[in-house]
Design a protein around this ligand. Structure first.
Ligand code: 6HD
Ligand code: ZN
Length: 375
């Protein structure tokens, strides 16, 4: 059977064990480790597909739960699928909706058959199951789709986590059975288990035995300290097949991207660049800049003196501060463009450091300049 998703391991960094790879999809092949910008409602907020392409974005994310509610997966299917609907001809990944159900709706009831909860927009009763999540994702047509899982809150008791992991494994099997387009859309399993090593092992063993095309490490970036995330990655990624892509969901900040790559992660996604961009915070090579601060009122330098993006080549901090202070839409376009560009270029630097077997050195240099506390 032709597989829609294939991961090619190119080399491993001799200094850290990080992987340089190529992710082959029906909409192109893209180098890893990669950062995937998030386009929740079929748009990476304020940015045009052409802009995402020119900055080097390969795979972008959209959310199953949100698109199910608006405009409805039937309308997206009628448009010819997400690629046609949003005019994006590179890679698309949709998550399964599990995380949104657990993060957006406080009233929910989890049963073996699925999750009963409320529509966060109008309070209507809703039900999501492995079968329903596959139906929606098959209709949306993303190149990579995710199994329907439970992402438990942090912290969670061992007892709660154990029964959740076992149910997520049963749901994963149901997703494989319900997937109607296995030749066109690659299905990834999501490893859960919280901070408990034996439960992570159990979850990984269950999912690897089902032979997914890729594996996500879920249940992280949910409020746990970074040391916990790093420790969980250290004992989880080695459990996953080396010839399959590994995707850390919901991550993240520059330090977490570098530390995740060092621990064997190939794919990352996070709303951070566009979310903080909308309130005027930007990531620069010398740390975060909160552009509304008065100190930038007469600062006619670029957001980041070491950045060659459209924003940094054409506009000053003083001008962007003015736009953000006046709620001018062009302002958040400029900050969003720079932030997405920054993370995509950061991953280019990470890949180059892997090629040169010097990712630990790069981490040291980057953390020093950015101002991250020492390891
Ligand atoms: C922003 N943090 C985050 N953690 C996540 C966990 C999951 C998951 N399915 O465990 C999905 C999306 C996530 N986003
Ligand atoms: Zn820039």
């Amino acid at each position: 059977m032709t597989t829609p998703i294939r991961f090619e391991l190119i080399k491993t960094c001799r200094q850290t064990g990080a992987r340089l790879g190529m992710l082959h999809t029906p909409h192109g092949s893209f180098e890893t480790p990669m950062f995937m910008p998030v386009g929740t409602l079929a748009t990476v907020k304020t940015l045009a597909p052409e802009e995402l392409k020119e900055m080097g974005a390969g795979v972008i994310l959209s959310n199953t739960y949100h698109l199910w509610l608006r405009p409805g997966h039937d309308i997206v299917a009628e448009a010819g699928g997400l690629h046609a609907f949003m005019n994006w001809d590179r890679g698309i990944l949709t998550d399964s909706g599990g995380f949104q159900v657990f993060s957006l709706s406080e009233f929910r009831r989890i049963e073996e058959e699925g999750v009963y909860f409320r529509n966060h927009l109008n309070g209507d009763k809703l039900f999501l199951s492995p079968e329903k999540a596959m139906e929606i994702q098959n209709a949306l047509g993303a190149d990579i789709i995710m199994a329907f899982d439970e992402c438990p809150p942090y912290p969670a008791t061992y007892e709660y986590m154990k029964q959740s992991v076992e149910r997520t494994s049963r749901w994963a099997e149901r997703c494989l059975k319900a997937h109607r387009r296995p030749k066109e859309q690659g299905l990834f399993g999501i490893v859960q288990g919280g901070e408990y090593e034996d439960l992570r092992r159990q979850s990984a063993r269950d999912l690897v035995s089902l032979d997914f095309l890729g594996y996500a490490v879920g249940g992280l970036s949910v409020g746990e300290p970074k040391e916990v995330m790093n420790r969980v990655l250290e004992f989880t990624t080695p459990l996953l097949p080396a010839d399959k892509p590994r995707y850390l969901m919901g991550v993240g900040s520059p330090d977490s991207l570098i530390d995740g790559a060092i621990r064997g992660i190939d794919m990352f996604d996070c709303v951070l660049p566009t979310r903080i961009g909308r309130n005027g915070t930007v990531m620069t090579s010398e740390g975060r800049v909160v552009i509304k601060n008065a100190q930038y009122a007469r600062d006619f330098s670029p957001l980041d003196p070491n950045c060659d993006c459209y924003t940094c080549r054409n506009y000053t901090r003083a001008y962007i501060r003015h736009l953000i202070k006046c709620d001018e839409t062009f302002g958040i376009r400029l900050t969003s463009y720079h932030n997405v560009y920054f993370l995509i270029k950061l991953m280019e630097q990470v890949r180059q450091a892997i090629r040169e077997d010097r990712l630990a050195d790069f981490r040291e240099e980057f953390f020093e300049r950015y101002g991250f506390n020492k390891p």
